[in-house]
Design a protein around this ligand. Structure first.
Ligand code: GLN
Length: 560
């Protein structure tokens, strides 16, 4: 029996929860982890999430969004995996550079240290030097957040070669602190069409595979198209040596934001608190605000149709929504709070290049978004889209490239600089209204691409009386960036004289952060050099997205 003092000490120990995937990838490990974090927050614990990506890229910045999904930029400028966006959105936290790690980042650090004699002549090996570095980073992250619980998602699936060292690092922590470390495996239970029955065997195999690493899961999250019945819970429990209460049913549901509430149906927080020797720290108001949001979503009845016109849309439905997941979520949050259920339609701008008359279809949308992007393909189609939105007074929101291309459209069609362009595409244009920043030019010449864009949070000041200023309700903002090109300072006066307003600039006034048309000329036409979508949260929708959605709602009313 432990005495009171020992119990107290246990409680004060930092706790770790590791989330590992089994059976297959893509079953929502990130959402499961974010939801667990949300639930533990609601029990009064300070949680810090960490995402581990086992690939060798030093960060996610050099990866193609059509293959790997959105690059999520943190305040610090670190380019990370889209799961970090889910953590920030679910947990209402700004995450830092210690909260994300890749194998590449860790190896690079250890190898650089070795080159500098940092290991004092020792033979440097994956175990223990890489695993110790992994643990050092986990500890640094939790110390930074002064958290009670670190929630660490290990990317990939059990059985991959490349995540094995992270699992080994986690195992060493469990050996040292058996009371303070919990392992969760997220598996999948298929229902083969020919049988119509949910099969547990892949889960049993995944758990055995995890066992072969010396790790026994404490909790099994059983994903599947349907809820898990009692019989299967029992079966998994017996074959995986776990108690049936620790098998959590996680069926497909309508919205990812329902997952925390769904997990609680199986009392996951009680299960975890028992494993980690923790006691609930709050007794009222749990997930109160969250439930309000979930309710708003369920009750959103007004129908909105928004077209997203861009270029990364030609590799199938799944990839396209992954490449713009933060944009999608940002639209959802603002829509739900305004009582609207928005349907986004993805339009590949190349279609308007092939068939210019097709552009008239844009008439049926209540609003148009042009999201961020890089390079030449589909650009003329995007510029045509912006021209259409401007002339037909359809609410327009341009994000990064969407702002740069709006400036180009204005320069070409309103001012009359017919070849106006960005030096990203046509450096020979006689009106480079969007140009490369001088320090960026050096990077490109040196072939220095990784982490060299203008990245992360920068402040901006807003112009009195502008849509931006009114929407934010404050004079100064901080937003996240990811770009190499800028509005060219040489043309600002002339562009403004022609009616486009730069309503947000860097504090020294040199960099243009927001361009908009006055309300007297257009109901809502606004572009941002930064990515507001990265800071939209379910409980705090982004003011610019909300202003855009409001304008779209007014537009619908006019149409009907
Ligand atoms: N390609 C543009 C630039 O690099 C815009 C980037 C973006 O949309 N994120 O400046």
């Amino acid at each position: 029996m432990k005495n009171k003092k020992d119990k107290q000490q246990d409680k004060q120990q930092h706790k770790y929860i590791f989330v590992i995937g089994g059976v297959m990838s893509g079953v929502g490990k990130g959402i499961a982890s974010s939801s667990i974090g949300k639930i533990l927050q609601s029990k009064g614990f300070k949680v810090n999430p960490i995402k581990v990506d086992p690939y060798l890229n030093v960060d996610a910045g050099t990866m193609n969004p059509t293959e790997h999904g959105e690059v999520f930029v943190l305040d610090s400028g670190l380019e990370t995996d889209q799961d970090m966006g889910n953590y920030e959105r679910f947990l209402e936290m700004d995450l830092g550079p210690d909260d994300y790690m890749t194998s590449g980042m860790i190896y690079k650090y250890v190898i650089d240290k070795e080159r500098n004699l940092g290991f004092r002549g020792k033979c440097v090996e994956a175990i223990p030097h890489i695993t110790e570095e992994i643990v050092r980073r986990w500890e640094k992250s939790s110390a930074h957040h002064k958290s009670d619980i670190s929630l660490i998602e290990i990317g990939g699936t059990i059985g991959d070669y490349q995540n094995a060292l992270f699992i080994e690092a986690a195992r060493t922590l469990k050996i040292k602190h058996p009371q303070d470390v919990a392992f969760i495996i997220v598996t999948y239970l298929p229902v083969p069409g020919s049988l119509g029955e949910m099969k547990t065997r892949p889960t049993q195999n995944a758990v055995r595979q995890l066992n072969s690493y010396g790790v026994q899961p404490d909790v099994i999250i059983a994903r599947g198209s349907h809820p898990l019945d009692h019989k299967r819970k029992e079966k998994i429990a017996v074959s995986c040596a776990i108690s049936p209460e620790n098998v959590i049913s996680a069926p497909d549901i309508e919205s990812i934001y329902d997952v925390p509430l769904n997990f609680e149906k199986d009392k996951i927080s009680q299960v975890l608190m028992k494993i980690l020797h923790l006691e609930n720290r709050t007794h009222n108001g749990e997930l109160h605000e969250w439930k309000k949001f979930v309710q708003k979503r369920a009750n959103a009845k007004k129908q909105l149709k928004i077209a997203v016109v861009g270029k990364y849309f030609d590799t199938g439905d799944y990839t396209l929504s992954d490449a713009y997941v933060s944009v999608i979520e940002a639209v959802k949050f603002s829509s739900y709070w305004k009582g609207a259920n928005t349907k986004l339609t993805w339009i590949n701008s190349k279609e308007y290049e092939k068939n210019p008359r097709k552009i008239a279809e844009l008439k049926k949308y209540d609003g148009i978004i042009v999201p961020g992007g890089f390079g030449e393909s589909g650009i003329e189609g995007v510029i045509k889209t912006i021209e259409y939105a401007r002339k037909n007074k359809i609410p327009y929101l341009g994000l990064c490239y969407g702002m740069q291309l709006a400036v180009i459209e204005y320069a070409r069609n309103v001012i009359g600089w017919k070849d106006a362009h960005t030096s990203e595409i046509n450096p020979k244009s006689s009106h480079l209204v969007i140009d490369i920043m001088p320090e960026q030019k050096k990077n490109l010449e040196a072939g220095n691409y990784g982490a060299t864009m203008r990245l992360g949070a920068y402040p901006a000041k807003l112009k009195e009386g502008s849509i931006a200023r009114r929407s934010y309700g404050k004079k100064e903002i901080s937003e996240r960036h990811r770009h190499r090109y800028e509005v060219n300072g040489e043309y600002i006066k002339e562009i403004e004289k022609a009616g486009l307003v730069f309503s947000g600039t860097s504090p020294d006034g040199k960099l243009m952060e927001i361009a908009e048309l006055p309300k007297s000329t257009h109901p809502f036409f606004l572009g941002t050099q930064f990515h507001p979508e990265l800071k939209a949260r379910p409980l705090h929708p982004h003011p610019l997205f909300t202003a855009f959605v409001e304008a779209c709602l007014k537009n619908t009313k006019n149409n009907t």
